[in-house]
Design a protein around this ligand. Structure first.
Ligand code: RP5
Length: 161
């Protein structure tokens, strides 16, 4: 199976990024995490993007806050899909959301919600599941469990009012 690369701009992003790693672990998807910054370590970020496909990565998750250029910078250096997580380290994450999502044509970043690390991981799993039937089955099972959990809550909601 292809690996997921999880890149964060700072270790201060770790409390959010950890949630993506937990989802990937639940699905048994291999991943590798790094702290590379578009601004503080641009050379390492560029090298990671340039070599990611040859190193067995299938998708990259990039988390950054403030002037969040990391996902875009990685996307500029690879044709692998890049998923951006805007981190709410200032302005409730609105600065990071716009910095991550507003990419020029031809260099997309699939941007999830502010601090949306879980969905970044789910999307990464869905991308890998395009070519992996066993992984697609795990996703379907997870959706079914989600639905069952909600319907169970529906059955008891009147008792809680
Ligand atoms: C971004 O700036 C990082 O991704 C982080 O969200 C934010 C603040 O970084 P630190 O100053 O906490 O290292 O580059």
């Amino acid at each position: 199976m292809k690996k997921v690369g999880i890149i964060m701009g700072s270790t201060s992003d770790l409390p959010i990024v950890r949630k993506a790693a937990e989802v990937l672990k639940d699905f048994g998807v291999p991943f590798e995490a790094h702290v590379y910054s578009a601004h503080r370590t641009p050379g390492e970020a560029k090298e990671f993007a340039a070599s990611a496909r040859d190193k067995g990565f299938g998708v990259i998750i990039a988390a950054a806050g403030m002037a969040a250029h990391l996902a875009g910078a990685l996307a500029a250096g690879t044709t692998l899909p890049v998923i951006g997580i805007p981190i709410s380290s200032s302005m409730n994450g609105l600065d990071a959301l716009l910095s991550t999502v507003q990419m020029p044509s031809g260099i997309p970043v699939a941007t999830v919600a502010v601090d949306g690390a879980k969905n970044a991981a789910f999307l990464a799993v869905q991308i890998l599941a395009v070519e992996d039937a066993a992984l697609a089955e795990k996703l379907a099972a997870q959706r079914a469990k989600n639905a069952a959990d909600i319907l169970e809550k529906d059955r008891t909601i009147m008792d809680n009012l």
